[in-house]
Design a protein around this ligand. Structure first.
Ligand SMILES: NC(=O)c1ccc[n+]([C@@H]2O[C@H](COP(=O)([O-])OP(=O)(O)OC[C@H]3O[C@@H](n4cnc5c(N)ncnc54)[C@H](O)[C@@H]3O)[C@@H](O)[C@H]2O)c1
Length: 250
């Protein structure tokens, strides 16, 4: 059990990559706080984990709302008394080019993708420090490493901010044994992407950029997060880890 006795909070965990990480972490012994805006799907994810013998509860959280963070951490402390792992996974992508994007849409993306992790980390630090340390994992993207030709600008701007948020936190709080690393997936094979791929040109574009010749799976990403969360990664701090089959290697 690679996360035995660890307490983990994952945002955007009702579905997609967040749910895959929650499931994988619970399989390895963690108590997982599944947090999301979507109560119905979040409750279902936590119930599925419990039905498979894992420890998990759902908590409604809007990552852009500081009061929500304070409430959810109070619930974590009441239930477990500690926090070992925070995964800032919730993220949105309003796919509009910069030249047409409304200011309100840009603000929305900043609120979820940048202010969300900022607030989560802000309130996690005192808790982790009290517990002797912790692992913070921020979900960025290949778009947080390079200008990606198929992705509109706002997403890249927010994911780039996540990349350097990770490094500055890793540098500042290493003294408290708090590590902070980011994960940078390329396109993940999800139902959403399958819809996108009904246009064969788009499928060709996305597959064509991956040296390994396939899309990422949610398990590829969950296993990378599991490693960063675990003590096996005790000396990894401030790292930007691509899970991209080599997309950013050339
Ligand atoms: N899927 C990909 O191809 C891919 C590639 C690279 C990076 N990413 C990143 O991985 C993360 C997860 O992506 P996904 O594909 O699983 O997305 P998804 O849309 O399937 O799931 C995102 C979850 O976040 C939740 N959410 C949205 N706004 C929220 C808020 N304000 N507060 C709390 N929860 C909120 C949604 O309800 C949803 O459950 C995102 O940060 C995304 O940018 C995804």
């Amino acid at each position: 059990m690679r996360l035995k006795d660890k307490v983990a909070l994952i945002t955007g965990a009702a579905q997609g990559l967040g749910a895959a990480m929650a499931t994988r972490f619970a399989q390895e012994g963690a108590t997982v706080f599944v947090c999301d805006l979507n109560t119905e799907a979040g409750e279902a994810t936590a119930a599925k984990i419990r039905n498979s013998g894992g420890k998990s509860t759902f908590h409604k959280l809007d990552v852009a709302c500081e009061a929500d963070w304070i409430a959810v951490y109070a619930a974590v402390v009441a239930a477990c008394g500690r926090l070992d792992v925070l995964v800032n996974n919730a993220g949105i992508n309003i796919r509009e080019l910069i030249e047409v994007m409304a200011e309100a849409n840009f603000d929305k993306m900043l609120a979820v993708n940048v202010k969300g992790p900022f607030l989560g980390i802000k309130h996690a630090i005192p808790l982790m420090r009290k517990g002797g340390g912790g692992s913070i994992i921020n979900m960025s993207s290949v778009c947080g490493l390079v200008g990606h030709r198929y992705t509109p600008e706002a997403y890249t701007i927010t994911k780039g901010a996540v990349t350097l948020m990770t490094k500055t936190i890793g540098v500042r709080y290493a003294k408290d044994n708090i590590r902070c690393n980011s994960i940078h997936p390329s396109t993940v094979d999800t139902p959403l992407v399958q819809i996108l791929f009904q246009d064969p040109k788009r499928k060709e574009e996305r597959l064509g950029e991956v040296p390994l010749g396939r899309l990422a799976t949610d398990l590829d990403v969950a296993n990378a997060a599991l490693y960063l969360a675990s003590d096996e990664a005790a000396f990894l701090n401030g790292v930007s880890l691509p899970v991209d089959g080599g997309v950013t290697a050339y």
